[in-house]
Design a protein around this ligand. Structure first.
Ligand SMILES: [Fe+2]
Ligand SMILES: [Fe+2]
Length: 237
């Protein structure tokens, strides 16, 4: 791997781009150098980069869990640690790449300006949305799960019933889904123009990964966590 070029590593797995960005390794305009050489230039060890790259492939192996058998506090914690964390890490990386693409290609390909604006709006909405889940809804779901396990009574929540915040979260999920669709529409399904640079390609791949992560995230909430939490609250109140 030391002799593989950094641009080839990104071509094989675009998620490497975020790791290279973090260590100031240029995979785009100066990407035709070996990993060893690029690391030397950026003052980072090849081992460090390799262990970070290994983490992204390890993450792929955890995809077939039977989430619907999990306790609800475990599932909500998993959503926080996996999907909320991913969004928080990915937003600044993708935002920076979108800005670079707009700067370099915005004049010839104005659709990237719309993609950037849609992503910005989506990420701001998601940040507010996740704060509500993290501070109001998920803590209450954890109380429900623990009370159920320990046979304790559940305090009446300030929002009346869990159905109220859930209704709001579901409508926000719908808005997020619409933003993702709009992004696909304006970019022609993330179609790259022939003069696209490596950052352009990486940005569209990152946006598609963001989309599939968000689809899974919303699926876990809408189809498993929320209906089960409504059912559990009904049982306990
Ligand atoms: Fe969420
Ligand atoms: Fe959500």
């Amino acid at each position: 791997m030391e002799q593989t070029t950094v641009s080839d590593i990104v071509a094989k797995d675009f998620r490497a781009a975020a790791i290279f960005d973090k260590h100031l390794i240029d995979f785009c305009c100066h990407g035709k150098v070996s990993l060893e050489e690029a690391c030397k230039k950026s003052g980072v060890t090849v081992d460090k980069i390799q262990s970070e790259l290994a983490l992204i492939s390890a993450a792929d192996k955890n995809t077939n869990e039977s989430y619907d058998t999990w306790e609800l506090d475990r599932l909500s914690e998993y959503i926080l640690q996996t999907h909320h964390r991913y969004i928080k890490e990915a937003v600044p990386v993708i935002t920076a790449h979108c800005e670079k693409v707009v700067f370099k290609h915005g004049a010839r390909h104005p659709e990237v300006i719309q993609v950037k604006e849609l992503f910005q709006e989506l990420s701001e909405d998601l940040t507010r949305h996740m704060t509500k889940e993290e501070t109001v809804l998920f803590p209450y779901i954890k109380v429900l799960a623990q009370s159920h396990r320990e046979g304790k009574p559940v305090p009446i929540p300030p929002f009346g019933t869990i159905q109220n915040p859930i209704r709001m979260m579901e409508s926000e999920h719908e808005n997020a889904g619409n933003s993702l669709q709009a992004m696909r529409l304006v970019s022609g399904n993330f179609m790259l123009p022939p003069d696209a640079c490596a950052t352009f390609g990486v940005t569209y791949q990152e946006l598609q990964r963001f989309e599939s992560d968000l689809h899974k995230h919303i699926h876990l909430e809408n189809n498993i966590l929320f209906p089960k939490a409504i059912e559990l609250e009904r049982k306990l109140l």
